[in-house]
Design a protein around this ligand. Structure first.
Ligand code: GH3
Ligand code: MG
Ligand code: MG
Length: 325
């Protein structure tokens, strides 16, 4: 579909349904500004549209450039918006209204009609109300989405935060127990991170954390969960992955960390390594708490063995039923 953001689909569908009734004499479209703010993308449309333009650059609209309705009067209609190129002085008429909430440009309400001066005062009033209502609805949704992200994301790396990870861990361990599917858990810890901070500064440390965050995001599969557990420790949950598969993927991750280049104002930082502790259920342990503890102990061993490596826990789950003597 179009490039607009998903949470707005309901608003767009409502506008699409009602605008046809509100403006029976007109054609029109609602455009939303994309996240990069370099394109407005049509999300709904109604009536017969002469300017059938799916998206355009915000600079191509006078209303978006000026932050106000355009044209302002019959006289200014001589200069058409480039995106409404069909609407010359003697052709059809158009009107663009920016969607603005809290001084933030969100999109555009575009209306057009086949004759040169067809917009009734009533229709204009309705359009102003529609633009206001839609702007508010979009702004509210954006705010809600932002709060939701803040509640579950670590701001530095963009990965899930500890709170989300704790919930995910209970959910995934319960699911693994119920379905009998394996669940692998890895704790990744940057080696000698304190030294990176001490030598290159806290900003450089932050850049390394962001770099590792990016690598982790690129390494994981759709069903995997990765987050920042705290400080320079990251947690990876791999539901359904066998021990062998998890090991292979984590070795790839270690390789990617070894190859990492972090751009700093003073030059490029490399030679970064990490250590990983890995445990899986039901192979090694039977519960979520034990899973974290086993991976943590394995990580401690990896540090003790010289760092820059993966250690799999040596624990073995005690069988539920003791084998016959
Ligand atoms: P090891 O190889 O044993 O893991 O040593 P280490 O230095 O990585 O581990 P240690 O636990 O001694 O130090 C972790 C450091 O991480 C200490 C703390 O100041 C730093 N740190 C924690 N959170 C952040 C952060 O958000 N940004 C930066 N730059 N540093 C952080
Ligand atoms: Mg460390
Ligand atoms: Mg640590």
């Amino acid at each position: 579909m179009n490039g607009h953001r998903q949470p707005f689909d309901e608003i767009l569908a409502a506008v699409q349904t009602y605008a046809g009734y509100l403006f029976p004499e007109e054609g029109g479209a609602l455009y939303l500004l994309n996240a990069a703010r370099d394109e407005v993308v049509r999300g709904s449309q109604w009536g017969a549209l002469i300017s059938d333009v799916a998206s355009f650059h915000p600079e191509d609209c006078w209303a978006l450039r000026r932050g106000g309705t355009y044209p302002t009067s019959q006289a200014s209609q001589g200069i058409a918006c480039p995106h409404a190129a069909c609407c010359g002085p003697r052709g059809s008429a158009f009107v663009c209204q920016p969607l603005i909430a809290h001084n933030n440009l969100l999109g555009l309400l575009y209306r057009e009609a086949a004759s040169a001066s067809p917009f009734s005062a009533g229709a204009n009033q309705l359009a102003t109300m529609l633009a206001e209502q839609v702007s508010l609805a979009i702004a509210n949704l954006e705010l809600r989405e932002q709060l939701r992200k803040q509640a579950i994301r670590d701001p530095l790396t963009g990965l899930y935060n500890r709170r989300f990870l704790d919930d995910a861990l209970s959910r995934e361990t319960a699911r693994s127990t119920r379905d009998g599917k394996p669940l692998a858990l890895a704790i990744v810890d940057i080696d000698h991170f304190k030294k990176i901070n001490d030598t290159h500064g806290h900003e450089a440390g932050d850049a390394v954390l962001r770099g590792l965050g990016k690598i982790l995001r690129e390494t994981i599969r759709k069903t995997d969960i990765v987050g920042r557990f705290g400080g320079e420790e990251f947690l990876l949950l791999l539901p359904g992955a066998s021990l062998g598969v998890a090991e292979r993927r984590l070795h790839e991750l270690l390789d990617a960390v070894r190859a990492m280049n972090v751009a700093l104002p003073s030059g490029t930082l490399n030679g970064i390594t990490a250590s990983i502790g890995l445990a899986a259920m039901p192979l090694h342990v039977a519960t979520g708490d034990a899973l974290v503890a086993a991976a943590d102990a394995a990580l401690y061993q990896a540090k003790g063995q010289g760092r820059n490596r993966l250690v799999v826990t040596e624990k073995r789950a005690v069988p539920a039923v003791a084998p016959a003597a």
